[in-house]
Design a protein around this ligand. Structure first.
Ligand SMILES: NC(=O)c1ccc[n+]([C@@H]2O[C@H](COP(=O)([O-])OP(=O)(O)OC[C@H]3O[C@@H](n4cnc5c(N)ncnc54)[C@H](OP(=O)(O)O)[C@@H]3O)[C@@H](O)[C@H]2O)c1
Length: 231
């Protein structure tokens, strides 16, 4: 049975990825900050005949990442998806940057996925597919940034893109495929009701692209529909 670990699985894109991978017959380690309040994820786990298990994981907390590592041990993972993320201060611009909010955003969106990779890279390297995925954003593309807004969120996603590019180079000799994704502008709590696409379309596209990844794709920045996004 193929195995996957997904962070931020309580709602939004992470919850839908969990639903789709479980429906596709995968064993899903679904991670969320607070399993006690993750009702939709509990419902999914109950209906999954043991395919979905819930695990506490706050990517801001090194101790939480370490505890999950102890819990999972050497469990091989075919795919790991760093999906957890926050917008932080919306529309931060020159003149109104909230530095505490910026630090919190960098902690969740940059240091968080890095903590997870440091803890679980060996588990991914031990898996058959060896795919290490991070849900970033095209708002982190320096080449596509033409606007003067969202300093906090854009900088966090640009930074995590660089981290994953470095990790891609570092793990290439182990055959690990490291790819960052733009999930589309998705109708979630973060994307809002006016966004372009549903969680079903986003997660379905991401799954399809992940399924087709090979070592030639290592170190790439991909759209949910398979397109290549410039750095
Ligand atoms: N929606 C979009 O249009 C869009 C566009 C580009 C990129 N993205 C990216 O796609 C990913 C998923 O976004 P989404 O739209 O599904 O967002 P969402 O609906 O706001 O869900 C965010 C998820 O991340 C979790 N999370 C936040 N901080 C965490 C932490 N410290 N530790 C562990 N989990 C944490 C949340 O858990 P709680 O339930 O505990 O808060 C929730 O499960 C994010 O990385 C986001 O930046 C989204």
């Amino acid at each position: 049975m193929e195995t996957i670990l997904i962070t931020g699985a309580s709602r939004g894109v992470g919850l839908e990825l969990t639903r789709q991978y479980a429906a596709g017959g995968w064993r899903v380690f679904a991670c969320c900050r607070d399993p006690d309040t993750a009702e939709a994820l509990h419902d999914l786990a109950r209906q999954s005949n043991g395919a979905v298990s819930l695990h506490a994981l706050d990517v801001d907390q090194a101790a939480s990442v370490a505890a999950l590592k102890v819990e999972l041990g050497a469990q091989p993972l075919d795919v790991l998806i760093n999906n957890a993320g926050i917008m932080g201060q919306r529309n931060a611009r020159r003149g109104n940057v909230d530095y505490d909010a910026w630090q919190a955003c960098l902690d969740t969106n940059v240091l968080g996925p890095t903590r997870v990779v440091e803890a679980f890279a060996d588990n991914v390297a031990a898996g058959a597919q060896k795919k290490l995925i991070t849900i970033s954003s095209r708002m982190g593309s320096i080449g596509q940034t033409l606007a003067g807004d969202s300093i906090v969120y854009r900088s966090s996603k640009a930074a995590v893109n660089m981290v994953m590019k470095i990790i891609a180079n570092d793990l290439a000799d182990q055959g690990v495929i490291v790819v960052v994704f733009h999930p589309g502008w998705v109708r979630t709590d973060m994307g809002g009701p006016g966004a372009d696409i549903s969680v079903e379309e986003s997660a379905g596209g991401i799954r399809q692209v992940i399924a087709g990844l090979s070592t030639a794709d290592n170190g790439g920045f991909r759209n949910y529909d398979g397109g290549i996004i410039e750095w």
